[in-house]
Design a protein around this ligand. Structure first.
Ligand code: FES
Length: 112
């Protein structure tokens, strides 16, 4: 299963985490090949974003995830967890990375 979102895969998949380390309804921050990545489990569907708020670069894994929205802990900007689109405000977007879960339940991301 691949959740490419708006990001383009380069074909270099790297292991980020085992799926059983990221339960449904949870998010976590990991580092993959030197890139800070936010992983979000939306009812078994995993998304990967840059772990950095587009406002003032705060780490998003320090915020909240209510199952639909990611809220930055710094100034409470909100993002749609499924798309990365800004909810409040709407003129921003998280940077998405291609993400997939392999047949042995490894979460892999394709970071530049
Ligand atoms: S740094 Fe995230 S809302 Fe300001």
């Amino acid at each position: 299963m691949t959740n490419a979102g708006s990001a383009q895969a380069t074909g270099t998949w790297r292991k980020a985490i085992e799926l059983d380390e990221l339960w449904e309804g949870e998010m976590t921050g990991v580092e993959v090949a030197g890139t800070k990545v936010l992983l979000v489990n939306l009812d078994g569907d995993v998304r990967a974003y840059e772990n950095r708020c587009p406002h003032q670069e705060w780490a998003l894994d320090e915020g909240d995830f209510d199952g639909e929205k990611i809220t930055c802990s710094r100034h409470l900007w909100e993002f749609d967890a499924a798309s990365g689109a800004g909810v409040n405000p709407t003129d921003c977007r998280l940077k998405a990375f291609p993400c997939r879960v392999t047949s042995d339940d490894t979460v892999e991301v394709d970071v530049p």
